[in-house]
Design a protein around this ligand. Structure first.
Ligand code: PMP
Length: 400
């Protein structure tokens, strides 16, 4: 699908055609996104919001149009519920820090899951340490599905927030977040969804999900690196204290007292990545032209095909076998170390990720050192999967 828009895919590595299957780590960028960055810097680069001059006004306008594009893309009620950050990691840190300083006290409890990325574990651990709060964990089963039935028993009157991933970057599992949110809301507990792995692969409607926060990165959805989004419901954002202090986020500053700016600026201290925000908008428009549902169904075909073909290799085990998965396949072959497999695949031009994928608790669960992970995007092909399967079989022969 649309391969010609991604010139990097014409690159050769070790004189072999590049087969890029590390999309859960970051996707490649279509030319329209690269052009948008170049156009921004060559025509309207300027600091935004505070300038009276023409360039500043143009840059501000483009920046705020992008905010609206993102609002519509995830079906947020208001554009001021979209806060720009550097990525999912910063978005989650923002929620943990701001929600935490406002609402978490000694003895309170925070629920996350066993399949979280470290980005959705460590910020909550910081908070627990600072506030004397406690972290509780929803486990997952052998297929890599969350044991949602255990959620009720983890919830207590002290539970203040639940933070859970929409899609696991290691197992590929698509979690039933709507159900989790419904359970949480019956107890008046807000839910933060880590959407880093879902936003490029399925349609998102934050109002339908009724999530309180939704965090994601641009670079996993064909946009530049270093830009991300924290969506928060207006009532939470208004109630929360800001995350970082600086320019733009204030209304009035004196040495005695500072008052804060309106939403979303209260959470956007300092000069933002204007060009990257515009790049994110272009990436979203690009995906919308293809259609998110079309992307999802094509990637699902790749997933089914890849799963079937890889399982034909004797001794290959897949970690994450839930019925509803995003296009991520984590595997091991016999007792071959994932790193060795990754290096041999690389020499054949195939880029996969190896290791713990920033999800060490998942590795502990399965008692494995790591996995090899192939993850697909809209530009991958069935032929590339055939090459991957042949490459894995070849590497197996060499290593065993
Ligand atoms: N959550 C999940 C599920 C992820 O896969 C990732 C990136 N691997 C992150 C959070 C963090 O994203 P970033 O590094 O772009 O901030």
């Amino acid at each position: 699908m649309n391969r010609e828009d991604f010139h990097i895919l014409e690159e050769k590595v070790y004189k072999k055609p590049l087969i890029y299957l590390d999309n859960a780590a970051t996707t490649q960028k279509p030319q329209v996104v690269i052009d948008a960055l170049s156009d921004y810097y060559s025509t309207i680069n300027s600091n935004i919001h505070r300038g009276v001059h023409c360039l500043s006004q143009k840059a501000t306008e483009e920046f705020e149009i992008a905010r609206k594009t993102i609002q519509h893309f995830i079906h947020a009620e208001h554009d001021y519920e979209i806060v720009f950050t550097r990525g999912a990691t910063e978005s989650i840190n923002l929620v943990a820090a701001s929600f935490g300083r406002t609402f978490i006290h000694e003895g309170d409890e925070i629920i996350i899951s066993e399949m979280e990325h470290h980005s959705n574990i460590v910020p909550w651990q910081f908070l627990c340490e600072d506030r004397g709060a406690q972290l509780k964990v929803i486990p997952f089963n052998e297929e890599g599905m969350l044991c949602v039935s255990q959620l009720e028993s983890l919830i207590s009157p002290k539970t203040k927030i639940i933070a859970v991933t929409h899609v696991s970057n290691t197992l590929g599992t698509i979690n039933p977040i709507k159900e989790i949110i419904q359970i949480a809301h019956q107890h008046d507990i807000p839910v933060m969804v880590d959407g880093a792995q879902s936003v490029a692969h399925c349609p998102i409607d934050v109002q339908d999900l009724d999530c309180d926060f939704f965090c994601f990165s641009g670079h996993k959805m064909y946009a530049p690196m270093g830009i991300g989004v924290m969506y928060g419901k207006e009532r939470w954002l208004n109630a929360m204290k800001p995350y970082q202090g600086g320019g733009e986020m204030i209304s009035n500053v004196t040495f005695e007292k500072t008052t804060y700016n309106d939403l979303p600026f209260k959470f956007e201290a300092g000069t933002p990545a204007v060009g990257d925000v515009i790049g994110l908008r272009k990436a979203i428009e690009y995906m919308q032209q293809i259609g998110i549902a079309n992307i999802a169904s094509y990637e699902n075909e790749l997933l089914q095909y890849g799963t079937e073909k890889l399982l034909q290799i004797d001794g290959l085990r897949i970690f994450g076998t839930a019925p509803h998965k995003a296009a991520v396949i984590s595997f091991l072959v016999g007792n071959i170390h994932p790193y060795d497999m990754g290096v041999l695949l690389d020499h054949q031009g195939i880029a996969v990720r190896t290791g713990h994928h920033c999800t060490q608790p998942i590795m502990t669960h399965f008692n494995i050192p790591g996995t090899v992970r192939a993850s697909f995007a809209l530009y991958n092909t069935f032929e590339e999967i055939d090459t991957l399967v042949a490459g894995v079989a070849r590497a197996k022969e060499m290593l065993q």
